[in-house]
Design a protein. Structure first.
Length: 131
């Protein structure tokens, strides 16, 4: 009834159909993931735009002036006088505090000259710990 070649061809066709379906399904899943990411990006961009709009409203000079007048007694703000502005030379220099580190034992390569290594230990010291 069926020849061997017919059975082999039917198996190849079924395998090809299964592979095509699997590939199509994976492509659809990837497309759905890309669309989900694009929706998240659009949401984040909309959120950023909303936050920028809020920031521009909150930092309007007229609004800040009104708030400064309302809370003048609590903030203690006064208008800036031209004589209050100084130059860089008017700022005092920060004192430099230099510690003498030459007398302290620091980490680094340990000097083993003149010392015999303890039994069972490697005589070569590599690393930055003091032994």
């Amino acid at each position: 009834m069926f020849r061997t070649s017919d059975i082999v061809l039917i198996a190849v066709m079924v395998s090809a159909a299964a592979l095509t379906y699997k590939t199509k399904r994976e492509a659809e899943d990837q497309l759905a993931a890309v669309q989900k990411l694009q929706a998240q990006i659009r949401y984040e961009e909309d959120t950023i735009d909303l936050l920028k709009a809020d920031w521009s409203l909150l930092t309007q000079p007229a609004r800040l002036q009104k708030l400064a007048e309302i809370y003048k007694s609590q903030l203690g703000l006064e208008p800036l006088n031209a004589r209050q502005i100084g130059g860089l030379d008017d700022v005092p220099m920060k004192p430099v505090n230099i510690e003498d580190l030459s007398s302290q034992r620091l980490g680094g390569m340990a000097d083993n000259s003149g010392k015999a290594p303890p039994a069972g230990k490697d005589p070569v010291v590599t690393g930055s710990t003091v032994q």
